[in-house]
Write a protein that binds this ligand. Structure first.
Ligand code: DX5
Ligand code: ZN
Length: 220
């Protein structure tokens, strides 16, 4: 068991008709972060959570909001999601025209900055930016939808990312997102991840199951 493992339930898999209660229930169940998947219908085919929704749930938990922006025009939207209540803002390496500028905008708003990589993307740029960011997000599904199958072929990329983080002088969280469940989390953590996003594996059953679902991931 990894002691310092952070579990970040993705609310994409929760019951949106009871969003506030779901946030409260998942907080009580022992979540460490609330992972919020923002999609724009362009960068990914799906369309999800706007800033107004984030604002409306900000008072339902004291946990940090880990906002995963799967959108284009990030520089325009970073301030908007910052004001809505994001604590960590993760942008995709594939969309930002100028990653360093986007990271600076996040930092200028007093937020933690994350950089995400799709399964097909190279992490080459990481060496240049690692000391300026707080989190790296490695996708283990093609972003867009919850409930997809974990892509095992991304494990090597997790290991390579861990090496880059270890060789830097910074404490950067290594987050992995997509298809993680109690059967495969072992490989993800052994490859170096310390922050785990899980949607369908956590929001299954009723709210009484959430604690057990999270605990099963922790003891993998
Ligand atoms: C995918 C999202 C993920 C997803 C995780 O585009 O970024 O956060 O909701 O859900 P599961 O754990 O069901 O793959
Ligand atoms: Zn996500």
């Amino acid at each position: 068991m990894e002691k310092n493992l952070l579990i970040a339930p993705s609310i994409l898999s929760c019951d949106f008709s009871r969003l506030g209660e779901e946030i409260q229930d998942i907080t009580e169940a022992g979540a460490d972060l609330i992972h919020i998947d923002v999609m724009d219908g362009h960068f990914v085919p799906n369309l999800t959570i706007g800033p107004g929704v984030i604002k409306s749930i900000r008072n339902d938990t004291d946990l940090m909001f880990d906002v995963h922006l799967m959108i284009e025009n990030v520089d325009k939207y970073i301030p908007i999601y910052s004001h809505a209540g994001a604590d960590i803002i993760t942008i995709h390496s594939e969309v930002s025209e100028n990653i360093l500028r986007s990271i600076k905008i996040i930092k200028d708003h007093g937020k933690k900055a994350g950089l995400a990589f799709n399964p097909k993307s190279s992490i080459g740029i990481l060496n240049e930016v690692i000391e300026k960011i707080d989190l790296v997000l490695i996708m283990t599904v093609n972003p867009g939808f919850g409930g997809q199958s974990f892509m095992e072929n991304q494990l090597e990329k997790i290991t390579a990312t861990k090496k880059i983080i270890d060789n830097s002088n910074s404490e950067v969280l290594l987050e992995v997102d997509g298809g993680i469940n109690e059967s495969n989390i072992k490989y993800v953590v052994e490859s170096g991840a310390n922050t785990i996003v899980a949607g369908s594996a956590i929001f299954s059953g009723t709210k009484n199951d959430y604690k057990l679902n999270i605990d099963k991931l922790r003891i993998y």
